[in-house]
Design a protein around this ligand. Sequence first.
Ligand code: FMN
Length: 147
Amino acid sequence: MMNLYRLIYSSYAKPDLGYHDLKDIMEKSERNNQSDGITGLLCYGDSIFLQILEGDRKIVSKTYHRIALDTRHHTPELIECIPIESRLFGIWSMKAVNFSNLNSQEVRNLILKYSTSTTLQPHTMTSQQCLNLMQALVTVYDKAASF
Ligand SMILES: Cc1cc2nc3c(=O)[nH]c(=O)nc-3n(C[C@H](O)[C@H](O)[C@H](O)COP(=O)(O)O)c2cc1C
């Protein structure tokens, strides 16, 4: 029995997180998620991670608990974990959206559209706002380079 679920969480990056860390996270995510049937999106900016995992509930749960133990971030907050009819990010084993070195007005406007500030603060946002923001960010980043 397969249960298709979507999990959204946010966390705080460790203070000295660098490009090498992001590269390593993406390499491992792409490899593991591909074989686990997990798809999703990982946003990074303002020293915050916001991630969506889609896939079988048991495997999503296992993956989330493994990620939560990773010392490259801390204090994960679960935002949503619900059954879904279909995937929103099904073409990516894990798509990266990194705006840490980018002061794009387009990105800042999108964050402001779905929250009360221009910096990424998922803990102040509803799960629907997080989802809408991530869907909007991915369209901007489909046009540009990611990590
Ligand atoms: C913010 C963040 C997101 C991550 N996302 C994933 C992911 O989607 N899938 C995954 O397998 N590992 C992810 N990782 C990495 C895991 O914590 C862990 O390092 C990795 O799964 C171990 O892979 P390995 O056993 O193949 O070395 C993430 C780590 C961080 C810090």
